[in-house]
Design a protein around this ligand. Structure first.
Ligand SMILES: C[S@@+](CC[C@H](N)C(=O)[O-])C[C@H]1O[C@@H](n2cnc3c(N)ncnc32)[C@H](O)[C@@H]1O
Length: 218
């Protein structure tokens, strides 16, 4: 069963997701099915998405949810762990990492406040291993004032991620952009309606050889 079918036929705890996210989840998360991984979702709410992720990733997945609301603690079950705290509180996030390890995938479906999104990203992303995935959803809020958003505001996660495009390409900017963690530890950045997804990885080999006929590889 794919994730979309699972969502449509869910009769367990309530899941709250936009329908067009399902092909995006499938695209980025499918390679992790039936592997040992730590999946961390920011925002537990009624617990249904944690159950869905457990069905999707399989029995080797450690599913960790964090939420500000203490009532979310009730959504723990075998293989699903819930910890209560603020996604922008780095000491809380550190306690989660100390207990469960660095997540292989983070899905931010928490407060959707721009400062919280950035704070969680800044905590997790540098620590995450190669091939890890950091996905932020519901980024329509990046355009909404009540979430700290706004088209021209430099600190929305959409505008920060636009800047990451130049940082990803820093090696080609003839010194205009200094390579940094985004340059050295990011394989790709994907933009969708309301979602930004970063894949960690190292592009260490930057050559464009012409191969074929008598040419030599240099
Ligand atoms: C959109 S709901 C999560 C929905 C759930 N992931 C799903 O798909 O069914 C957002 C959740 O984020 C939690 N939240 C709000 N602010 C937060 C914060 N600063 N830190 C952690 N969680 C927060 C809320 O309590 C709420 O349960």
């Amino acid at each position: 069963m794919n994730l979309w079918q699972d969502f449509l036929t869910n009769d367990q705890k309530i899941i709250h997701k936009w329908v067009h996210y399902f092909p995006i989840y499938e695209r980025h998360f499918s390679g992790w099915r039936n592997k040992s991984l730590t999946f961390l979702e920011i925002g537990v709410s009624r617990g249904g998405s944690l159950q869905m992720w457990q069905r999707f990733f399989g029995p080797l997945a450690k599913i960790v949810g964090i939420d500000l609301n203490p009532e979310c603690q009730e959504h723990e079950s075998p293989g699903i762990f819930v910890r209560i705290g603020d996604q922008s509180d780095h000491s809380f996030l550190q306690s989660v990492v100390d207990e469960f390890g660095i997540p292989d995938i983070v899905l931010d479906d928490g407060s959707h406040q721009m400062n919280h999104i950035t704070s969680s990203f800044q905590f997790f992303y540098p620590k995450m291993p190669k091939n890890a995935i950091y996905m932020v959803e519901d980024l329509h809020t990046a355009y909404w004032e009540e979430y700290g958003g706004g088209l021209e505001k430099p600190n929305t996660f959409i505008n920060i991620a636009k800047d990451y495009i130049d940082r990803l390409n820093a090696d080609h900017t003839r010194g205009k952009v200094t390579p940094d963690l985004i340059t050295r530890e990011t394989f790709g950045i994907s933009f969708y309606d309301s979602i930004v997804c970063l894949e960690k990885g190292e592009v260490f080999w930057k050559q464009a050889p012409m191969i074929g006929g008598q040419s030599e590889f240099v």
